[in-house]
Write a protein of this length. Structure first.
Length: 200
């Protein structure tokens, strides 16, 4: 009888262990299906990544044209900001770097807005606290707004920023893709908030 109890107990324990392993595998599969595509996630996307927005990078002719900035026109339209951000599409990503051929997510937002006389800090926290600016509700996002993410959870720090480009899309320097891309914002984990910037 005792031997039978031991065998039954072992079988129950094995069944429970198998269930936990299956749950963990399911959770990993779900995570792999839609990883965050911002700064927090390691790795590179495949060539057919469905979240990328096609045909948004500048053509060679567009890249060679001078950007019409706030200095020339007196103010920046939302379209101007998005056009400026898109000029950087394809620039390689590198953490904590801000050069003409390597940039972090905060470098992209800083470089984009520098075209319009806005001197953003280089840190995520500094850009969130930049003044003058105002918070924008997620339902009121407009092109050119800066969007912030806490990819490790809302109790963690801000880990990623990008420029909202309309229709649910974001121009951002992504570690996941290894470069500046325009992609679906919904694929980036941990939406935290957005800001509309103003010149000082």
């Amino acid at each position: 009888m005792r031997r039978l109890m031991i065998i039954l107990s072992s079988a129950v324990f094995a069944a429970i262990l198998v269930s936990f392993v299956a749950l963990a595998a399911d959770a990993q599969t779900a995570a792999d299906d839609s990883p965050s595509q911002g700064t927090f996630t390691e790795g590179r996307a495949g060539p057919y990544e469905p979240s990328l927005v096609d045909g948004t990078g500048p053509t060679a002719a567009e890249s060679s044209e001078p950007l019409v900035t706030v200095m020339a026109r007196g103010r920046a339209s939302r379209g101007d900001v998005v056009e400026a951000a898109r000029r950087y599409i394809g620039t390689r990503y590198r953490y904590a770097t801000c050069t003409s051929n390597r940039m972090s997510c905060t470098c992209l937002t800083q470089s984009t807005w520098a075209n319009f006389g806005v001197g953003l800090p280089i840190t995520e926290r500094g850009q969130w606290g930049y003044e003058p600016s105002r918070k924008v509700a997620s339902g009121d996002l407009r092109r050119g707004d800066i969007v912030f993410f806490k990819e490790a959870g809302l109790n963690g720090p801000i880990t990623h920023v990008g420029i909202y480009s309309g229709r649910g899309n974001l121009v951002h320097a992504s570690r996941y893709f290894g470069k500046v891309v325009e992609s679906k914002m919904s694929y980036v984990d941990g939406y935290f908030g957005a800001k509309k910037l103003r010149r000082r």
